[in-house]
Design a protein around this ligand. Structure first.
Ligand code: DAK
Length: 263
C-alpha cells in the first residue's frame, strides 16, 4: 500500500475505507501534492473489490478541508491554474462516479474546494460544528473544482448564486435546511454516527448499491456536468494572474482585507 505525505487511509470492517486529509498546518487545505495523492488513492480504492464504502474526511476536529491551498495558488500561472483545476476535477469525478458509495464526513471547515469535494461525494454527513461556504470571490477567483454546478444541483440556482456571489459561510443547520447535507450529528457523537451509516450501507448488497449509484449518476446528467466543468477550468485559468486574484490571495497571506479594482 502506498504511503502518502498528506493523506492517510484507515480500513474499518466491513469493507470501509476512511481517507483522511492530514495537513494540520493549513487546516487540511488542498495543495497540488495532496490532490495528486487523493487521485492515486481514490483510483486504487475504486478498483479494490474489498472496499464497499469510502469515507472522505479531515484529520483533527477543526477542519474538513479549508479549500485549495491559497499560499500555493497565489503564484500559479494561467496554464498551471488550468492543470491544477483539472487535477481537482479528476478527484471530484472519482468520488462522484466510482462504483461504490462515497461519504463526505464534514467535521469542521469545508470552505471553497472543501465544500466542492464534499459535494462531489454521494452525500454529506456533517458535524454540528461544520461550516460550509464558497469564499472564492473574496480571493478574486471563482470556485474551481465544480462548485458552480454541483452546489446549484444540490441547493438550486438562487441559493447557489447567493452563496457564491456573497462568499457567505453557513453553519451545518443552515446547510441542512438548504439541502446540502443528508444528516447533521452532534460533534461528540459525530464519528460513531458516520461509521454506523457506512456500516449500514456496507452490509447491503454491493451489486444493488452499485447499480443504484450508476443509475443516479446517469440520470443526474453527471456526464454532461463533467463536460461543463472543463469550461470552468478554463474560466478559472483566465482569472489566474489577474490583478484581483493577486490582490485577493496576497491579502489572505498577509492577513489583511483585500482592495479589489475589478481587473
Ligand atoms: N490555504 C492555505 N493556508 C490556509 C488555508 C488555505 N485555504 N486556510 C487556512 N490556512 C492556514 C492559515 O494561513 C494559517 O496558517 P498560519 O498563519 O498558521 O501559518 C492556518 O491555516 C490556520 O488558519 P487561521 O489562523 O486562519 O485559523 P482560523 O481558525 O482563524 O480561521 C478559517 C480558519 C478556515 C476560517 C481561515 O483559515 C480561512 O478563512 N481560510 C481560508 C478559507 C478559504 O478562503 N478557502 C477557500 C480557498 S479558495 C481552482 C481550484 C480550486 C479552487 C479554485 C479554483 N482551479 C484551479 C480552477 C478553490 C479555491 C479555494 O478553495
Amino acid at each position: 500500500m502506498a504511503t502518502f505525505e498528506n493523506i492517510t487511509t484507515e480500513r474499518l470492517e466491513p469493507g470501509i475505507a476512511v481517507v483522511r486529509i492530514d495537513r494540520p498546518k493549513a487546516l487540511n487545505a488542498l495543495n497540488a501534492k495532496t490532490i495528486l495523492e487523493l487521485q492515486l488513492e481514490l483510483s486504487d480504492l475504486a478498483k479494490d473489490s474489498t472496499v464497499r464504502v469510502v469515507i472522505l474526511t479531515g484529520a483533527g476536529d477543526k477542519s474538513f478541508i479549508a479549500g485549495a491551498d491559497i499560499t500555493e495558488m497565489k503564484d500559479l500561472t494561467p496554464g498551471e491554474g488550468v492543470i491544477f483545476s483539472q487535477a481537482g476535477h479528476e478527484v471530484a469525478k472519482l468520488l462522484e462516479t466510482m462504483p461504490k458509495p462515497t461519504i463526505a464526513a464534514v467535521n469542521g471547515f469545508a470552505l471553497g474546494g472543501g465544500t466542492e469535494m464534499a459535494l462531489a461525494c454521494d452525500f454529506i454527513l456533517a458535524s454540528d460544528r461544520a461550516v460550509f461556504g464558497q469564499p472564492e470571490v473574496a480571493l478574486g477567483i471563482i470556485p474551481g473544482f465544480g462548485g458552480c454546478f454541483r452546489l446549484a444541483r444540490a441547493v438550486g440556482w438562487p441559493k447557489a448564486k447567493y452563496l457564491i456571489y456573497s462568499g457567505a459561510r453557513i453553519k451545518a443547520d443552515e446547510a441542512m435546511e438548504m439541502g446540502l447535507c443528508a444528516k447533521v450529528f452532534p460533534a461528540e457523537q459525530f464519528w460513531d454516527e458516520v461509521v454506523k451509516v457506512a456500516q449500514t450501507i456496507a452490509r447491503q448488497s454491493s451489486s444493488a448499491v452499485t447499480k443504484a449509484k450508476q443509475l443516479m449518476v446517469e440520470f443526474s446528467e453527471t456526464t454532461g456536468l463533467h463536460y461543463k466543468i472543463d469550461g470552468e477550468a478554463h474560466s478559472f485559468g483566465r482569472l489566474i494572474g489577474s490583478g484581483d486574484q493577486r490582490e485577493g490571495m496576497t491579502a489572505f497571506v498577509e492577513k489583511r482585507a483585500a482592495k479589489f479594482e475589478g481587473i
